[in-house]
Design a protein around this ligand. Structure first.
Ligand code: ASP
Length: 356
């Protein structure tokens, strides 16, 4: 009996020592957050001063909210989630509330999140009526043995885990509805048009297109964030409604770990935006991480190589944000602009839209 008592006492002591162990703050590296709100045809001519103000306001709110979490000893994962959820709640971006419509007039969203410390990841694709797909992706990561859940199954999982749903009206924005009609008209007039536009039914007369000559119509607005916390941990996430008028259950790069999102404490965190097909074909986010790990590239060199050589050579368009393990931030795009912002514990802060 006495031995049993001593054993219980010892276990309690041991357990307490273990749980009391706090993560160590890495004082020699800055903590930081970087975000994007999509790359595309963003120019001073396309974006009125009033609109620029509106975008700046939301980008800054999302940036500051993520940064505050880092400042208060929070994790990079929490910062990324919070930042992305604020952008998802805005009608200005193609994610959550402001998501684009697919060919059936539905909002089908994709999201992913990755923890650079453990390489744990969670993602969802083709989900409808989920208020914040990034929370669902994080729940997949935390509560399942899987990485990627799709469609109806992901929605059932969301219900079981008290994820917030919204009705179709919540996701309706006139801007995206008008854009759907415009894209459908443009695609109908195109020589690559398929018959499914006429009656919204999939046609068996669809033309098989050569990837290099079929132009995908892309509009900006996907959102993403990467953070580095005080403990040296990196996280990255991306959320999108995908491409306007997407068909056949099309899935882009945003929910695919290694394509649209990647994080690894050994190298960096990355979130991508652009025509997803090119980012899948080049495994863009993982490729940039590899260039750092195996070719000794700087963060800036790595994303330059991926966007301006590999993706551009295939005819692809888009952009990337990167934050490396030392706190270096870089971004690049081969479109006219990209909504982007950064904040670092060194005092640096920037919010910009256009080519500098
Ligand atoms: N990458 C997203 C997709 O292809 C779209 C975007 O970033 O604008 O679904």
């Amino acid at each position: 009996m006495k031995h049993l008592f001593l054993l219980v006492l010892f276990s309690l002591f041991f357990f307490n020592c273990k749980t009391d162990k706090k993560p160590i703050v890495k004082k020699n590296i800055p903590y930081a957050i970087v975000l994007h709100g999509g790359a595309g045809n963003i120019t001073p001519n396309n974006l009125s001063k009033k609109k620029q103000k509106e975008y700046k306001l939301v980008l800054e709110k999302a940036l500051d909210a993520g940064y505050l979490i880092l400042e208060n000893n929070g994790s990079a994962l929490d910062a990324v989630q919070k930042t992305i959820s604020i952008l998802e709640d805005s009608p200005l971006f193609n994610a959550g509330k402001g998501s684009v419509f697919d060919s059936q007039g539905k909002n089908k969203m994709d999201a992913s999140i990755m923890d650079g410390k453990t390489l744990n990841s969670g993602a969802v694709t083709g989900v409808g009526n989920i208020k914040n797909p990034i929370f669902l992706a994080k729940t997949v990561m935390d509560k399942t043995k899987y990485v990627l859940l799709s469609g109806k199954g992901a929605e059932i999982f969301a219900e079981q885990n008290n994820i917030k749903f919204e009705n179709d009206d919540y996701f309706y924005t006139k801007r995206q509805a008008d854009y759907l009609l415009k894209v459908q008209k443009r695609e109908r007039d195109s020589k690559f048009a398929t018959n499914d536009f006429k009656n919204n039914k999939v046609s068996n007369k669809s033309i098989i297109l050569n990837k290099s000559n079929s132009k995908i119509i892309h509009k900006y607005g996907t959102v993403g964030a990467v953070a580095l916390d005080k403990f040296g941990n990196i996280a990255a996430g991306t959320s999108t409604g995908g491409l306007t008028n997407k068909k056949y259950g099309r899935i882009g790069d945003s929910p695919l770990i290694g394509a649209g999102t990647y994080a690894n404490n050994k190298t960096c965190g990355i979130s991508c935006t652009g025509v997803g097909e090119y980012f899948i074909r080049t495994l863009a986010a993982h490729e940039a991480s590899n260039l750092i790990q195996y070719k000794n590239n700087s963060a800036k060199e790595a994303i330059k190589e991926v966007i301006h050589s590999q993706i551009a050579n295939l005819g692809g368009q888009g952009g990337m944000i990167i934050l490396d393990k030392k706190g270096n931030i870089a971004w690049t795009f081969n479109t006219k602009g990209m909504f982007r912002a950064l904040k670092k514990s060194t005092g640096e802060k920037e919010i910009s839209f256009f080519t500098n």
